[in-house]
Write a protein that binds this ligand. Structure first.
Ligand code: DGI
Ligand code: FE
Ligand code: FE
Length: 193
């Protein structure tokens, strides 16, 4: 486990000031959620700090990295470049920074899309990214409150928001996003019966 300063030194050459600030805010939210829901606080901090490590890397360079790391894109994935930074980020952490904790790598790998069967740490990072202090969108307060009442309910609100937003722009939606969304709705309806 590195200190905040050490993580900042890793991230500073790769991220804009704003994105570095976002990463610090997500790490902070992730630790608060980890405390609330009993996830590993150190892993939550690390994954939160590093989750967007490839976000400011140009798409062409991300493609090169993914080739180097042996990441093969599906046809839909090829058409969703905004999602690449999650896979490329996990690959970069593993192959360039030699971070080998599979839980942290998966939390980064699915932080944008989510997926079915997410681990607690994956849910914590996914949700922290929506509620971090730097976020300011309509409904963020509602999501912040929800996240401390039910992580799954907060995820469903976040996923619905993302699916609606993408569909309104007629953008392709990642298969994992739908799988995560469906699982959240099914669990919720199941628990109501
Ligand atoms: O990296 P952040 O901005 O902190 O947040 P993020 O990793 O959730 O990325 C959000 C961006 O990714 C936003 O521009 C919407 C886009 N995105 C998320 N899921 C999908 C997607 N874009 C497409 N086309 N399809 C998706 O399923
Ligand atoms: Fe991201
Ligand atoms: Fe983020």
């Amino acid at each position: 486990m590195k200190t905040q300063q050490e993580y900042e030194e890793i991230l500073r050459p790769l991220l804009s000031k704003k994105r570095l600030h976002h990463s610090i805010c997500v790490a902070d939210a992730a630790v608060r959620l980890a405390k609330r829901w009993g996830a590993d606080e150190n892993k939550a901090y690390t994954a939160g700090m590093l989750h967007d490590i490839m976000k400011d890397t140009p798409p062409e360079k991300q493609l090169k990295y993914m080739q180097e790391f042996g990441i093969i894109l599906s046809d839909i994935q090829k058409k969703t470049p905004k999602v690449w930074h999650q896979m490329c980020g996990a690959g970069y952490l593993e192959h360039r920074l030699h971070l080998n904790d599979p839980e942290i790598l998966d939390a980064v790998r699915y932080h944008t899309t989510g997926r079915a069967g997410m681990s607690l740490l994956e849910k914590v990072i996914f949700t922290a990214d929506y509620i971090s202090d730097d976020r300011d969108y309509d409904g963020v307060e509602e999501l912040r409150e929800a996240a401390f009442c039910s992580l799954e309910e907060a995820m469903l609100i976040g996923l619905s928001f993302t699916v609606e937003d993408l569909a309104s722009q007629k953008l392709p939606i990642a298969a994992d996003t739908f799988m995560a969304y469906n699982e959240c709705t099914l669990q919720r309806n199941g628990s109501k019966k």
